[in-house]
Design a protein. Sequence first.
Length: 408
Amino acid sequence: MRGLFLLIFLSIMSVVSAGTAVLWAYAGGKRQKKKYIVAALAVTASAVGIVGLYEERYHLIRNLPYVKAAQYAAALSLDWLITLFVFFPVAVIAAFFVYVFKRRSKNKKDVKEGQEHTFSRRTFVKGLAALPLALGIVNGWGLFAGNNIVETLRYACTFAALPKRLDGYRIGQISDFHIGVFLNAGDLRECVLAMAAENPDMLVITGDLIDEMCLNPDCGRVLAETVGLFPDGVYFCYGNHEYYHNIREITAMLEKAGVAVLRNAGIVVRPQRFKDTAVYLAGTDYSFAKGDDAFREECRLYTGRSLRRRQGEMFTVLLAHHPDFFDAAAERKIPLTLSGHTHGAQVMPLGEIVKKRFKYLRGFYKQGESLCYVNRGTGHWLPLRLGCSREMNVFELHCGDGTAYVSY
């Protein structure tokens, strides 16, 4: 996060966090409400300042010895802000309950002057008191897991359209790494080496590789050193974040490292393990079209362009950062589409909300004889992940009577 987006994010988090602190002080019946509120607001202001400075000044401190300490401080600050943000609805309910209770207590004639029925309120508040701590612990784990745990998921996919001579072909996928202030080129190296250990024939990267341009050269070195580990090459399609940063520099870095960039284009891949066979690999650009109809039309246009070099009924794999390209891919009867973009919502309870924006959220989807897989993200731009870990994928292709998939 940088610039205006970071400013908006921190502004929203700080306002909601401050509101949570005030409401909780009222609901908790704190005797020294002002001191409690001032302390909470001071911590919130400090957290906002730490996250803001770390994000904006990372390019200046990334090589300094204390950068890890700064990263942990930013993560703890995010934990505080996210906890108060998530707890805000609970604080509203608690404050409303206490307000109603106080009004009812004042209206009772049998209550002596200056006396208050506090048992129910105190019981209620004490019952809720553990929630902020529990949320903080859960969010803390989510921040740790989001930055340190990556799953490798393996799938055997069966296609009627796959030639028998290509049975067993393996494709590795990483997506949405967002190299930046929380994940660096060293993390990219670890993931690429782990993927190479799975022995895929090719590696595909479905967009949003890098967010901090100061790390662009480091990423280039990692890719240049590892591209040879994949016999049939490494391929890339653009995501939206390439456009948000510096698409020219990122493209130059990828091409110099030996990564093939597919922008509404395709390439005939001649597998080294499977002689006298071919796979057509297509890649689309990211669509910024406004409106559902315009977006669908641009998806069809970009998909069509990416297939122009395809010869006959050659088995085809489409790389498209946005998963909604799957509709256009299914119309063209493309057997396999690999995408990302959604991060799988990152926090499992948010999945149902995010589904309202994205038709395809995470995992496999099927239309006729076409499959699409939506990667949850090998990285993140915000490290919090709960019930939706980072992932890398290996797809082993098999020929068969129909289209199906199974994990192994």
